[in-house]
Design a protein around this ligand. Structure first.
Ligand code: HEM
Length: 495
């Protein structure tokens, strides 16, 4: 029996290797993979760093084997254009894991097709069209004012205590997105539970981490992390969703218009499943809250390191807005330097440095190489934003560079792609730009900021993950800049 098995195994392995060689022919170059683990053992926790190093050796388009899954990473504007514009149709699917991404029944993880197009249209119409963005301006302004007020109140108690910006930014972003999506702010208990579920999710296999790419590793990991863990987690998510969203189904008719209201109408007509409604709500809350808060935190870190930038933007704010009122969204077009700060932060610190993973639905050629069907494709937008062929002194934070020429950061200019581009471009790009500029403008208009540590010591390291937080939460010392009466007036309005 054993004698029979040895030749049989040899034949199977030889055929497998021949097949692999043929399949791999003319794929982009990359670090030599090991049997079964590919390049997983060489990857640093911050993938972008490994990808950038490998690109120096192998060129701007590289193959990286995540276990047995081939990933192709591109790091120049020209290649990004090929992926996101020229071959957009063939590369518009998503690499996803079945468990955490609801089999693509939602928007973010859905493959490109009729279901996706229907959901995207619906979300654009309800949330992201110019009309709906305008419609919710007042709500965004009130939430930002409420953030200013919380900081002010904490300063009244102790103005020497460093302000942990993340705490305020996280709440304002989550409040705004939840008002848009479910028509109300999350109750403190609901918000806490939501954050705890999301936190847990990033630690479970199946959350787009290393293991998910290596099919055999995934199988091994599932011996240790049984289906029960996932089912329990998904039940917790569903329970939260039912309590925070569905249990108030009858109220949606009366509540100000929100995405869930429209989704539930479609659900009643059996045009959408509850799974999809939950997926969409989850997509918006998770994609929306963190990314905007992260961008503002990185921008503030750069400002604390560059006091001249703070001086310049405050001068602009004082001459346009003055010191007798607060900044509104309608002031933004008159604040070019503030807008440049936002663009410069997104160039240097895109919150999703590798965007979200795309997948080839058929074999295509990019940069003269073959990208076989099923390959995961990453666009390294962080590397593109720091590419010296695109930007002079790319690692310097210099908002002035955007004053020289009008540059779009919402997907038209391939030198700076924080929101991606093409069919899967972030649908909330304009909304996010408005919100980030408004919040940052108010933080800088209402307060003067200094670092609580010597400014050279501000930790600019990133935390590993699909979404790129600062590794050490930023803390700053704030002092109020405007008259006390203005803050008191605001206090009266908000309370
Ligand atoms: C600074 C803020 C933000 C940044 C930098 C950002 C960036 C991105 C990027 C890079 C993608 C993937 C593009 C691709 O794969 O080609 C994306 C997709 C997405 N974003 Fe954003 N985003 C931000 C804010 C938001 C907000 C506020 C929301 C919702 C309220 C949101 C909802 C989405 C959704 C639903 C998708 C999936 C689109 C699709 O697959 O078709 N994002 N975003």
């Amino acid at each position: 029996m054993v004698l029979l098995l040895i030749p049989l195994a040899t034949i199977i392995i030889t055929v497998f290797m021949l097949y692999q060689r043929r399949w791999r022919s003319n794929i982009p170059p990359g670090p030599p993979p090991r049997f079964l683990i590919g390049n997983l053992n060489q990857l640093k926790p911050l993938w972008t760093h490994s990808f950038s190093e490998w690109s120096k050796t192998y060129g701007p388009i590289i193959s990286v084997w995540l276990g047995t899954q081939l990933a192709v990473v591109v790091s120049t504007s020209d290649l990004a254009r090929q992926v996101l514009r020229d071959k957009d149709y063939q590369l518009s699917n998503r690499h996803r894991t079945a468990r955490m991404t609801q089999n693509g029944s939602d928007l973010i993880w859905s493959d490109y097709g009729p279901h996706y197009v229907k959901l995207r249209k619906l979300c654009t119409l309800e949330l992201f069209s110019t009309k709906s963005i305008e419609c919710f301006t007042f709500m965004r302004e009130m939430e930002v004012r409420s953030m200013v007020m919380s900081i002010f109140k904490d300063l009244v108690i102790d103005d020497q205590k460093p302000v942990m910006l993340r705490n305020y930014l996280g709440s304002v972003a989550l409040n705004i997105v939840s008002k848009l999506v479910i028509g109300k702010k999350l109750e403190p208990k609901e918000g806490k539970e939501f954050k705890s579920i999301v936190e847990k999710e990033t630690r479970l296999p199946g959350a787009m981490k290393l293991l998910d790419h290596a099919l055999w590793l995934k199988r091994v990991s599932s011996w240790f992390t049984s289906d029960k863990v996932f089912l329990k987690h998904m039940a917790r998510r569903r329970h939260w969703f039912r309590q925070a969203v569905m249990d108030q189904e009858e109220e949606y008719g009366e509540r100000e218009k929100c995405l869930v209201h429209s989704l539930l109408v479609l659900k009643q007509r059996n045009e959408l499943s509850e799974e999809t409604v939950m997926g969409l709500v989850w997509n918006m809350l998770t994609a929306g809250a963190d990314t905007t808060a992260i961008t503002i935190e990185w921008a503030m870190a750069e400002i604390l390191r560059n006091p001249a930038v703070q001086g310049k933007v405050q001068h602009e704010l004082d001459s346009v807005v003055g010191t007798k009122r607060l900044m509104y969204e309608s002031d933004i077009p008159k604040l070019p330097y503030l807008q440049c700060i936002v663009k410069e932060s997104l160039r240097l610190h895109p919150p999703t440095p590798l965007m979200l993973p795309h997948k080839a639905s058929e074999s295509v050629h990019i940069g003269g190489y073959k990208v076989p069907k099923g390959t995961t494709v990453y666009v390294n937008v962080q590397a593109i934003g720091r590419d010296p062929t695109n930007w002079r002194n790319p690692n310097e934070f210099r908002p002035e560079r955007f004053l020289l020429e009008e540059t779009d950061v919402k997907g038209q200019d391939f030198r700076v792609l924080p929101f991606g581009s093409g069919r899967r471009v972030c649908p909330a790009a304009q909304l996010s730009m408005n919100l980030i500029t408004l919040a940052l403008g108010n933080l800088l208009h209402c307060f003067s900021w200094t670092s609580s540590t010597p400014r050279e010591d501000i930790d600019m390291l990133e935390k590993p993950g699909l979404v790129c937080y600062m590794k050490t939460p930023l803390q700053g010392l704030a002092s109020s800049r405007l008259s006390q009466e203005l803050y008191l007036e605001l206090y009266a309005k908000i309370d």
